[in-house]
Design a protein around this ligand. Structure first.
Ligand SMILES: Nc1ncnc2c1ncn2[C@@H]1O[C@H](COP(=O)(O)OP(=O)(O)OP(=O)(O)O)[C@@H](O)[C@H]1O
Length: 255
């Protein structure tokens, strides 16, 4: 069991601010990595607001426990997942204090992940209890930070970066989400959240810039309907595959 643990790498996907697309990115990266043959699993560490069962289209399935540990729930994209969303009734509020949330996270990570070589962990936004448990107890190999290009989100992203830094977890790089919206009627591209801010911030923080994902209705619809773009042949899959390839190279270099 010790050997199994050392071989498996955890990559945390974090953000300073909520709603910037962390869960969307995590699911699509996991699918992209599975499509190139990686044995990848996903932990939805967003204990209070789990969204992976909906994004990965396996809502309503319950994980079974074997020898007091959970069995991950399969998804049709070859990415097994564990989420509080599989354990509590949909729509029910999860009002837990920090230690309980930390305990729940432990159950999700310390599960029967079998031959899974890579676990992507979708963190809750910010720098709270769950993030600290994640860093201290499970020490991810690296962290990917996602932000929209607006200043407010970037300040928080830098703060989240500091948290990883202080914990000795290297930041793999920054991803810009929701940049450039092409109007479905006239095709004109506008930037509701700005553009390029994350790349600039990455330069300032001396961190790699991993790529940019456009603001696109199909990404939102894919998330809501359990069909993430990375699992399709849509051109929207490309940025996710490009970012996943960079992450794969980074992990390879670490091994
Ligand atoms: N590039 C995009 N284009 C269009 N919609 C997007 C994009 N990225 C994310 N969304 C949508 O924005 C919403 C928030 O995204 P998501 O849940 O991934 O963010 P989050 O950072 O994980 O949020 P939370 O703070 O709840 O954890 C979702 O409805 C998602 O489908």
């Amino acid at each position: 069991m010790t050997a199994e643990r050392t071989a498996r790498k955890l990559i945390a996907v974090g953000s300073g601010k909520g709603g910037v697309g962390k869960s969307t990115l995590t699911a699509n990266l996991a699918i992209a990595l599975a499509r190139v043959g990686r044995k990848v699993g996903l932990v939805d560490a967003d204990i209070y607001g789990p969204s992976q069962p909906m994004i990965l289209g396996n809502q309503g399935q319950k994980p079974v426990a074997r020898e007091e540990k959970l069995e991950p729930v399969p998804s049709k994209y070859g990415v097994p997942v564990l989420s509080m969303g599989h354990l509590v009734e949909p729509g029910r509020a999860i009002a837990w204090r920090g230690p309980m949330a930390g305990g729940a996270l432990t159950q999700l990570v310390d599960a029967h992940w079998g031959d899974t070589e890579l676990l992507l962990v979708d963190l809750p936004p910010g720098t709270g209890d769950v993030q600290l448990t994640m860093l201290q107890k499970f020490k991810p190999a690296g962290a990917v930070l996602v932000s929209t290009p607006q200043d407010l989100a970037l300040i928080d992203a830098a703060r989240a970066g500091q948290l990883f830094d202080q914990a000795g977890v290297p930041v793999v790089g920054l991803v810009e989400n929701m940049a450039g919206y092409a109007c479905p009627h006239c095709g004109e591209v506008s930037d509701p959240f700005g553009k390029g801010g994350v790349e600039e911030a990455a330069g300032r923080l001396e961190l790699p810039f991993l790529g940019r994902i456009p603001l696109d209705l199909a990404i939102r619809e894919g998330g809501d309907s359990g069909t993430p773009p990375a699992a399709t042949d849509d051109p929207l899959a490309q940025p996710f595959h490009d970012i996943a390839a960079k992450l794969d190279v980074w992990i390879g270099a670490k091994s």
